[in-house]
Design a protein around this ligand. Sequence first.
Ligand code: UD1
Ligand code: UDP
Length: 415
Amino acid sequence: MKKILLIFGTRPEAIKMAPVVLRLKAAGDAFQTRVAVTAQHRQMLDQVLDIFNIQPDHDLDIMSPNQDLFDIASRGLTGLKEVLRKEEPDLVLVHGDTTTTFIAALAAFFLKIPVGHVEAGLRTKDKYQPFPEEMNRHLAGVLTDYHFAPTPWARDNLVNEGVAPARVWVTGNTVIDALKIVADRVKREKGRWEDYFRREYGLDLNNQRLILVTGHRRENFGPGFENICWALRDVVDHFPGVLVVYPVHLNPNVQRPVYEILSTHRGGGQAKAHLLETGSDSRLFLLPPLEYVPFVYLLSQSYLVLTDSGGIQEEAPALGKPVLVMREVTERPEGLWARTVKLVGTDRQRIFAEIKELLDNPASYRAMAQAQNPYGDGQAAARIVQVLAQLFAGHAPDAAVIDPWEPKFEAVISE
Ligand code: UD1
Ligand code: UDP
C-alpha cells in the first residue's frame, strides 16, 4: 500500500485539500493517507479541520503572532524534516502558493521524495504580485513531479515553462469540490444561518443589499488597506439600503487599520460584531473570520463581493456573485474572461465608483452576476486520486484517460 502525506498550513489550503483527503480516505486500502499541518495558521486552520472532520497525524504548531516569512520558512522546514523522516511517504502532496507549500516541497526534495502539486500552474508573471505567492507557487512547481492544474490555462503556463505535458493533468479546482460539499448544507439550513447571524452579530439581511468584504494580501498592507477602509465608509455613507459585512482576517497588519478606521463601537447587547456608526444606523459590520459553512451562506446571500482573496475569486462566480478584486493583477484570469470578476486595485475613489456602478446600474450588475463556473465541476479530487492510483500502479495515465475537465458554466447553488 502506498503512503501519501498531505502537507498544508493555512485556511485556504485546508479548504482545498479537504476534498482530496476525503477522497483518498474513501479509497480504502488503496492508499495509506497521512496529514501533516504546519499550522502556519492556527485558529483559521482549525475551523476548517473541524468542519471536514480531519485529524492531522502531525501538527507542527508553528504560528506566532505577526510572524514573518523567515519564521514560517525556518520553523516549518525544521519541523517537516522530522515528520518526513518518520513517515517516509511515497509521495508528498502540497497545495497552492503559501510559504508552507514551498517549504513542504523543498523538504520533500531534500529527502528525494516525489512531490504532487495541487492547484499548479497559476501565474501573474510578476515576481512581487502577489507577494510572496507568485514565487512560492513557481518554486514549488520547479520541485514538483506531478502537476494537478485546475484549468487548461494553468496547464499551458506549465508546459510553456518546459514542464513535460505528460506530467500535467487538468483536474478542475478542488475549491469547487469543497464548495459543493457545503452548498447543499447551506441551502438546507438557510433558516438556521439567518438566525445565527441575527443572534450572534445582530445582522438582519432582509431587504438589504449585502456587500461581503475580505482582504489580507501583503502587498496591500499600509496605504492599500487604509484606502479600502475609507472606500467602505464612503459606501455606507452614500447608500442607505446597503449592508457591508467584513469578516476580518487575523493578521495584525489587517486588523490594525480595519478596526482603527471602521469600528466606532462594539455591537450592542449580545452582538459580537464591531460596528461603524453611520448616523442613527449601523450598517458596517466587522466580524471575526467565519467558519466555512456560514461564510458560504453569506456569499450566497450577498449582492456583490469585494476581496483580494484567491479562493473567493473562484467561489463567488460559481454562486453568480460579481467580484471586485482589490488587486492590480490576478493569477486567475478565467473569472475576468467570464466577466464575473473585475480588477479594481486599492484606490479609494475607484473602489467607490465600481461599487456605485453595480449598485446603481442594473444592466452593469446583470452583466456580472451571471452564474459562471470556470474553475471546476466538483470532481477535481476524484481525478487527482485516479491519477495517483494509476501512477502507483506503474503507468502514468494519459491526460485524456482521466476525463479532463473543461470549463462548464453553471451555478453551484441555485436559489
Ligand atoms: C497566509 C499566506 C497567504 C494566504 C493566506 C490565506 C504566506 C506567506 N501567506 O497569509 O499566501 O493567501 O495565508 O489566508 O504563506 N493569524 C492568527 N491566526 C490565524 C491565522 C493568522 O492569529 O489562524 C495571524 C498571526 O498573527 C500570524 C499572522 O496572522 O502571524 C499572519 O499569518 P501568515 O500565515 O503569515 O500570513 P497571512 O496573511 O495569513
Ligand atoms: N473564508 C472563510 N471564512 C472567512 C473568509 C474566507 O471560510 O471569514 C474562505 C473562503 O470561502 C475561501 C478561503 O477562505 O475558500 C479563502 O481564504 P483566504 O482569502 O484567506 O486565502 P486565499 O484564497 O487568498 O489564499
